[in-house]
Design a protein around this ligand. Structure first.
Ligand SMILES: Cc1ncc(C[n+]2csc(CCOP(=O)(O)OP(=O)(O)O)c2C)c(N)n1
Length: 581
């Protein structure tokens, strides 16, 4: 008779599911699992805060498309990881969170690190959250968790392991095997008639566009999408998560969703029909406002999650499908058809994708502190010139967006940043997760001086684990996006809690063991970046940038830049409220 404990069962099942890496921070509640990881060659990467472990697991998932896993202790470990859970869940990232708990045998005894219901807290924030109460069933429940995380619209699953359940040794013959570990992820496809309808719908457009989101990162989608647009001549815009699905130099790549707004504002040309694939309607598609899409735009939407289709706006054609299968079916339906000539329209939108250079390209390059657009350009262009297939992680309020203007990912899953949670402080953990997933690629984090403060201690994790991440802090000595909004709404003499000081973040990074520099002029940024990239260890550049420059998106998020002629009550970041008189 062989006995086996819960931690070993958990580690073995994860191994069977293909898990090789777990991001964690120690807590005795999970001790038998950590021992199981040692036995099963699961690599444990320990961070200095549980949120960073969660963000790392999330980034591992975002950058690979595979399951990301983190393990945190009962009580405070769980509450600390909560932010990362919500951040991943809102962006449909497949993450398994393993959390400890006091012994089942001791419930309601005011135990250590207990006294509240973790599953009740996690349930509304996850796809599935479950308390494992029986050691013999660990493999089958872990298999179920993996399946739920990865199939349909991916998401976060949380399994709570009370310490007695995890440390209990059971007779191996009583263990339920890990039935149902996913082999292939199901890929629903449109029917022929659905595909034909979409193709007809697009062929009757005058100014059609394809909008792709995170769902378009599914395997094979890049090739399927390229084939479809080359057949039809329809330009493509993407949100941050889908950047790189279509090659940056592709003649039909019109950049970000924002290009559609620019085409409206600058050329008075609006898309009349759009096909939205794997992207949710809402914040990122301009909400209900006509800034990006006219209110009468006609929409066909493809999503793996049918409930998502039609949110905020009316959708004429709804299709439940995986993005790759959808583009394959559409290409088939489109073959043999003759297509209208969209060249003038597509050349217009593609030509506007670098409108930022019109707005900011002429900024004074000798000025100190440096214009953030130019600083970010120097950082990103140096990386893109020196490094093959870098991964960028964007954090900060405005800082990351300044960098995003310049980033041209040559493949999908290479640009990680904010999603619906809009959560500052994701950068260090995400960089760690991406670097662990791709040890041979370079990971560059661009963040703000406010944001780096949330998890500055993760420089220690980078150093201990030999992760040569380069962190660039665009330092404007303020909470930039916050102070800009505050100034516009209430005036510069009404500042409240939006100012910071000239902290030596580079000194802090050095103390943790990083290579670090303070950079004050534009001309120094490129060479400093080269030194950081070749330092052979984690590095940090503290780049002084001009606090007076406002990111266009900050103005857009304030609606009418705060000047509504008294007709609206300005609500930062959301729809203004009409003032009824
Ligand atoms: C965790 C969290 N706290 C607070 C906010 C609100 N917030 C949004 S942008 C911003 C300012 C960011 O400042 P910084 O990181 O210095 O970047 P900058 O805008 O100056 O580039 C703040 C405080 C948030 N989004 N997330």
């Amino acid at each position: 008779m062989t006995h086996i404990d819960g931690g070993e069962l958990l580690a073995r099942t994860l191994t069977a599911a293909g898990v090789r890496d777990v991001f964690a921070l120690h807590g005795g509640h999970l001790e038998s699992f950590f021992q199981g990881c040692l036995n099963n060659d699961i690599h444990l990467l320990d961070t200095r805060h549980e949120a960073a472990a969660g963000h790392a697991a999330d980034a591992y998932a975002r950058s690979t498309g595979k399951l990301g896993v983190c393990a945190v202790t009962a009580g405070p470990g769980f509450t600390n990881v909560m932010t990362a859970i919500v951040n991943a869940q809102l962006d449909a990232s497949p993450v398994l969170v393993i959390v400890g708990a006091p012994p089942l045998r001791e419930v309601e005894t005011n135990p250590l690190q207990g006294g509240f219901d973790q599953i009740a807290v996690a349930t509304p924030a996850t796809k599935w959250a479950h308390r494992v109460t029986n050691t013999e069933r660990i493999p089958v429940l872990v298999a179920q968790a993996v399946r739920v995380a990865l199939t349909g619209r991916p998401g976060v699953v949380l399994l709570e392991f009370p310490v007695d359940v995890l440390h209990m040794a059971v007779d191996e013959r009583d263990v339920w095997p890990a039935a149902g570990l996913p082999r292939d992820i199901p890929k629903p496809a449109p029917s022929r008639s659905e595909a034909a309808r979409v193709v007809r719908f697009l062929s009757e457009a005058q100014r059609p566009a394809i909008m792709i989101g995170g769902g378009a990162r599914s395997p094979g989608c890049s090739a399927a999408l390229a084939k479809f647009v080359e057949r039809t001549g329809i330009p493509v815009v993407s949100n941050t998560r889908a950047r790189g699905v279509l090659a940056p130099e592709h003649p039909l790549n019109a950049g970000s969703f924002g290009t559609l707004g620019v085409a409206k504002a600058v050329r008075q040309m609006a898309a009349d029909r759009v096909l939205i694939v794997g992207a949710r309607l809402g914040l990122l598609t301009g909400g209900r406002s006509p800034g990006m899409l006219n209110t009468d735009v006609r929409i066909a939407q493809v999503d793996i999650e049918p409930e998502e289709i039609g949110r905020v706006r009316d959708v004429e054609i709804s299709i439940t499908a995986d993005a790759t299968s959808a583009f394959e079916a559409l290409t088939e339906a489109a073959s043999g058809m003759s297509w209208p000539d969209f060249r003038e329209w597509s050349a217009t939108v593609v030509g506007l994708r670098q409108f930022d250079s019109v707005m900011f390209g002429g900024a004074d390059s000798a000025k100190k502190p440096v214009h953030p657009y130019l600083a970010a350009k120097a950082v990103v262009e140096t990386v893109q010139a020196k490094v093959r297939d870098p991964i960028f992680v964007l954090d900060g309020g405005e800082a990351g967006s300044w960098a995003e203007y310049h980033i041209r990912p040559s493949r999908p899953r290479s640009l990680l940043g904010h999603g619906y949670l809009g959560c500052l402080g994701i950068g260090p953990g995400m960089s760690i997760g991406a670097q662990r997933a791709f040890p041979e690629r370079r990971v560059i984090q661009v963040t703000g001086d406010g944001s780096i403060g949330f998890h500055i201690q993760e420089f220690d994790t980078m150093v201990r684990h030999g992760l040569p991440i380069v962190t660039v802090i665009l330092n404007n000595l303020v909470w930039g996006m916050s102070i800009h909004g505050q100034d516009i709404m209430y005036g510069r003499n009404r500042r409240a809690i939006t100012e910071l000081r000239d902290t030596g973040y580079d000194d802090v990074a050095k103390a943790f063991g990083c290579y670090a520099e303070r950079v004050e002029s534009l001309a120094d940024i490129g060479p400093a970046m080269e030194r950081a990239l070749s330092a052979g260890r984690p590095a940090c550049l503290n780049v002084m940038v001009d606090a007076e420059i406002i990111l266009p998106a900050t103005l857009a998020l304030l609606g009418s830049a705060g000047d509504t002629g008294g007709k609206e009550i300005v609500i930062p970041y959301y729809e203004n409220i009409p003032a009824r008189t």
